[in-house]
Structure formats: structure tokens, C-alpha cells
Design a protein around this ligand. Structure first.
Ligand SMILES: O=C(O)CCC(=O)C(=O)O
Length: 272
């Protein structure tokens, strides 16, 4: 397994250049294993009260743990290196594959269905459990972001986690890499990087926190109701309404607002 790196100022330029070439960085150490176990426990306590949180949008508006991780200094430093200093936190989602379940993610590009006006965007996938080939860690096609948008076909599948089952066909599997992660490590990928993941064939849960960041000049082209939070720098554009960061866990007012946020995200990402 590749050694996780921490992105310090000494070799930041080198890391950024590698991201420009490959369309991803992995693995990057964000928090230690003890902190990752603590955040996993907080998620599982929330699940015990709320029910399944898998694939719920904007969980940082109802829970403190994903908010703390999404605005962690180490994360924002890396995001700043990749998309510049003025940063919006647009979405955060737990992507959880239960043991021995068929849930998978077909080959796709995130930017093909989010309706965003540009590609100054990056996603972080932070592991709260081990993520490996056996439990369906992410797979990527290095450098695929440089070719821009690929055609996607809507494929009907009950086990595909993607809302539309959108799929890039004809991916040469010999050109792909797995992104195994230990708890507390993350990968960062560009929105045009073609990626997917296979089912969890193990006896353990596979838990990731997936967070999307946008440069403030980006706007939503599908409608004018989208929302985000400025988490670094300044927003001179005001293209997004303001989400309210979670003040506590599962507070009634936050939960009431969240129903609409989750519905709107599904409408946005679930339509062409
Ligand atoms: O968590 C997974 O298995 C897939 C993740 C993914 O598609 C993404 O982070 O964009």
C-alpha cells in the first residue's frame, strides 16, 4: 500500500503538479487513527438516532463531526493549493457500503451531472474505516480529467449508488488504479476524473466522508436555489445562498432545513 503523504509547504508545488497531471492525490494523511475512530463513533451514534445517513446530502448542516472534518486546516490547505484561496463548501456525504452488499458506483465523472459552471472544484474522500479492494474502495483512471467531459449512458441498476446510474462506457480497466486508504487518510479527485467503486465483499463496513469544494466564482446552472458555505477566503460573487453550519448534532431546526437541502441536491444531481 502506498505511504500516505502530508502536504507541507516544502513539496506543495510538486504535489499540485502531480494533481494537475493525474487528476487525483492519494493517500494523504489528514487525521490520525484515533481521531478517525472518534469521528466514526460520532457517525455511528448519529445513525443510532437518525437512521441511515448513507448518501444524505450536506450532512455538515446537521452534524458537527463532518463539519469539523470538512473545515480541518490540513484539508483546507490542500484544497487551497488545488483551487485557490476563495473556497465554498458545497456538499458533504457519507458513502457507506455495508458488509457483503452489492452497492457499487459505476464509472462516471462528477462534473457531468452537478450542473456547475466550471471545473475549479475538488472532492475529498476521507476514510473513517479502512477502504481497500475487498470492501470497494475507489478506483480511478489517472489523467482522465485532462480529456474533459465523456459521454455517459443512463444504465438501469438497483445497486448503483448514483442517482441516475450514469455510466462512462469503454473504460480500459488496465489503465485504472485503486485508491486504498487507512482510517484518517483521504484522496482528492478532480470532477472530470473518471472513477468508480466495486461492491463490499468483506465483513466490515466501508465508511467514507465525501466532501465537495468549489471556487467562489463557480455557479449552479440548473437553477438559482443552490447553497454553500464560505470556508476560506472571501466570496466576491454571491452565487450561492448560505447554508447554516451545524451548531450541534441533529438539532430540530437544522433537521427541518436539511430535508429541503437533501431534496434539492437529489433534484440537482439526479437530473441531466
Ligand atoms: O464512495 C464510493 O464508492 C464512490 C465515491 C465517488 O463516486 C465520489 O467520491 O465521487
Amino acid at each position: 500500500m502506498a505511504q500516505a503523504e502530508s502536504v507541507n509547504s516544502g513539496h506543495r508545488a510538486h504535489v499540485v503538479e502531480r494533481y494537475r497531471q493525474d487528476g487525483y492525490l492519494s493517500p494523504v494523511r489528514i487525521i490520525d487513527a484515533t481521531d478517525a475512530a472518534h469521528h466514526r463513533r460520532r457517525l455511528e451514534e448519529a445513525e443510532a438516532v437518525y437512521g441511515p445517513l448513507n448518501y444524505k446530502a450536506k450532512v455538515h448542516t446537521i452534524l458537527r463531526s463532518p463539519l469539523e472534518l470538512a473545515i480541518h486546516n490540513c484539508v483546507l490547505d490542500i484544497v487551497e493549493s488545488l483551487i485557490g484561496p476563495n473556497i465554498l463548501l458545497w456538499n458533504s456525504t457519507y458513502i457507506i457500503k455495508e458488509p457483503r452488499t452489492p452497492a457499487h458506483v459505476s464509472w462516471h465523472q462528477d462534473l457531468a451531472y452537478w450542473g456547475l459552471s466550471g471545473d475549479d472544484q475538488v472532492s475529498m474522500w476521507l476514510a473513517l474505516s479502512p477502504a481497500n479492494e475487498a470492501n470497494g474502495c475507489m478506483r480511478l483512471v489517472p489523467g482522465s480529467h485532462r480529456a474533459g467531459r465523456r459521454d455517459h449512458r443512463i444504465v438501469d441498476s438497483k445497486t448503483n449508488l448514483l442517482f441516475q446510474g450514469q455510466t462512462v462506457e469503454g473504460v480500459d480497466e488496465s489503465q485504472t488504479v485503486y485508491c486504498p486508504l487507512l482510517p484518517g487518510e483521504a484522496s482528492f479527485h478532480h470532477g472530470w476524473t473518471v472513477h468508480s467503486s466495486l461492491p463490499n465483499r468483506s465483513d466490515e463496513r466501508r465508511i467514507g466522508l465525501n466532501v465537495q469544494y468549489l471556487a467562489t466564482h463557480i455557479c449552479q446552472t440548473k437553477h438559482d436555489r443552490d447553497t454553500a458555505i464560505v470556508v476560506h477566503g472571501v466570496d466576491a460573487y454571491g452565487n450561492f445562498g448560505a447554508d447554516i453550519p451545524a451548531q450541534g448534532d441533529l438539532e430540530p431546526q437544522a433537521l427541518a432545513r436539511h430535508q429541503e437541502l437533501d431534496r434539492l441536491y437529489r433534484e440537482t444531481a439526479g437530473s441531466t
